[in-house]
Write a protein that binds this ligand. Structure first.
Ligand code: G1P
Ligand code: ZN
Length: 541
């Protein structure tokens, strides 16, 4: 039985950098999830279509899945492919969308944001190519939420999502699939599993921290079961609705236990962590941290060592705030390089058009054309493949990389939960000052250019304005400021800092030390303390 429920628009259902994210109680409130899901179906159409559904397992994931299934059935969808227990990592969902040639998918996740009754929840729609809906589509969904008057709901019992196999929800088919199988098979096609297996068999030790989030079962199956890593290599490998109270964001601040182990006595050879929904990664060597920007560059330089990339790369794309380290590799390889706005959705066209093979963001996101999302375990496996072939340590590989290409010292400083009006005032003032900046000397560095980044998609010509303020110095140093589009509390200011050292001297400094003048210049130019009252960042990566 299908009922049409009368509703009214709810303010603020605007998808951000990666879908709609709100506090869980907001999502659980009357009509909230339903209005947004109906708006998705109203925009993309549901009748006769097949969608993938899954999420990172956070609190409310299971209930939301049942609601979405009943609404899909009521809207006439033909078939839903659902991860067992309504669980799918974001990259695994992207793969299933592509593998089954579906009409897209709904992913329930707030990524690296904490989960629980008082934490965050999120919903996003991915397109038939497996990638996040582009801005034009999310704008249409948002517009629809402002006009909505009713939604459709099927009255039915819950589907037993614990049972793999075919179920029915009215006329709609619900296929419950193992979340890991297809994804693991894809990884086997890309990487040299025998070489990695031999490396583990030879005593190579790793610690993989899944942060009590979705990648636990994927990591155990691939690393321990298929590649023979020692039992116990994967820690925090059981996904929990509240991520065990952890902040499932793989960076040195939130994955501190991993950092301590990798810098401690008897550290393993390699450490890695992934986030709530499995699309982010952090990699660490024994006694050496790999910044995500450097990771992208090293992977681009070495990807050919993995069977899936043996033919070479078409190009490398990075988000604008990501350091230019990958550009240097692209130049050396003579392949394309692209600079996009923040957010994985901007890589979709480049990947679809075959212009880029590898993509990355400074925010612990790395991926390739194998799916249309960033992919944490993929990046970790590519690193393992490189380590297995080169038979060197992470430290040796990084040191050689910097010696060859120079080093882009890089850091991001986050100032969280700033009052929105204060953050907006700061950015507005900074934007207003941009025209007067070129030629100005700060901290002994001359400003060469200053602008608000705008991007014209080279494939479809769409233009995205105001994607972050850039202040570029004559010596290659750079400051970028933008406000986060994924937070759920006040505003988060992201300050991105970069400085290039050509070498051979000065390649081994501490990043914060090397960046000190750039950090001072940023505070001076943006007047961060005067506007926000903050002197120190909350998170440094
Ligand atoms: C953040 C990151 C961005 C990433 C996004 C989704 O967005 O900065 O690179 O694509 O999360 O994981 P932001 O909060 O900065 O808008
Ligand atoms: Zn994520």
């Amino acid at each position: 039985m299908i009922t049409t429920v009368t509703t009214a628009p709810i303010a603020g259902q605007k998808p951000g950098t990666s879908g709609l994210r709100k506090k869980t109680p907001v999502f659980m409130a009357r009509h909230y999830l339903e209005n947004f899901v109906q708006s998705i179906f109203d925009v993309v159409g549901a009748a006769g279509k097949t969608f993938v559904l899954g999420g990172d397992g956070r609190y409310f994931n299971d209930r939301a899945a049942q609601v979405i299934l009943r609404m899909a059935a009521a809207n006439g969808a033909a078939r839903m492919i659902v991860g067992q227990g309504a669980i799918l990592s974001t990259p695994a969902a992207s793969h299933l969308i592509r593998l089954n040639k579906t009409d897209g998918g709904i992913i329930m996740s707030a990524s690296h944001n904490p989960g629980g009754p008082d934490e965050d929840f999120g919903v996003k729609f991915n397109m038939p190519n497996g990638g996040p809906a582009p801005e034009g589509v999310t704008e249409a969904m948002f517009k629809r939420t402002t006009e909505i008057t009713e939604y459709k709901m099927m009255e039915a019992q819950d589907v037993d999502l614990s049972a793999i196999g075919r179920h029915q929800l009215g006329p709609m088919i619900v296929d419950v699939v193992d979340p890991v199988t297809d994804y693991a098979a894809l990884m086997e096609t890309l990487f040299d599993f025998p070489a990695i297996r031999a490396m583990f068999a030879g005593g190579f030790r790793m610690r993989m921290d899944s942060m009590c989030a979705v990648t636990g079962p994927y990591a155990v199956e691939i690393l321990e079961n298929r590649l023979g890593a020692a039992k116990g290599t994967c820690v925090n490998a059981t996904p929990l609705p509240d991520f065990g109270g952890m902040h499932p964001d793989p960076n040195p601040t939130w994955a501190k236990a991993l950092m301590d182990e990798m810098f401690g006595a008897n550290a393993p050879d390699f450490g890695a962590a992934s986030d709530g929904d499995g699309d982010r990664n952090m990699v660490v060597g024994r006694g050496i941290y790999v910044s995500p920007s450097d990771s992208l560059a090293v992977l681009a330089a070495n990807a050919q060592l993995a069977p899936g990339y043996a033919k070479g790369l078409a190009g490398v794309a990075r988000s604008m705030p990501t350091s230019a380290a990958a550009d240097r590799v692209a130049d050396a390889l003579g392949i394309g390089k692209f600079e996009t706005p923040t957010g994985w959705k901007f890589f979709g066209n480049l990947l679809d058009a075959g212009k880029a093979t590898l993509c990355g963001e400074e925010s612990f996101g790395t991926g390739s054309d194998h799916v249309r999302e960033k992919d944490g375990l993929w990046a970790i496996l590519l690193w393992l493949n490189v380590l297995a072939v080169r038979k060197q340590s992470v430290a040796e590989i990084l040191t050689e990389h910097w010696a060859k290409y120079g080093r882009n010292y890089y850091s991001r400083h986050d100032f969280e939960a700033i009052a929105t009006d204060k953050a907006d005032a700061m950015i507005t003032a900074l934007r207003g000052s941009l025209a007067s900046l070129p030629g100005k000397v700060v901290e002994g560095m001359t400003i060469a250019a200053a602008d608000d980044f705008a991007y014209t998609d080279p494939v479809d010509g769409s233009v995205s304005q105001k994607q972050g303020v850039r202040i570029l110095f004559g010596d290659g140093s750079r400051i970028v400021l933008r406000l986060s589009g994924t937070g759920t509390e006040g505003a988060t200011l992201r300050l991105y800092l970069e400085r290039y050292a050509a070498g051979p001297d000065g390649l081994g400094l501490d990043a914060q030390e090397a960046l000190a003048p750039v950090i001072r210049a940023a505070h001076d130019l943006a007047q961060i303390t005067a506007f926000t009252g903050r002197t120190e960042p909350d998170v440094v990566t």
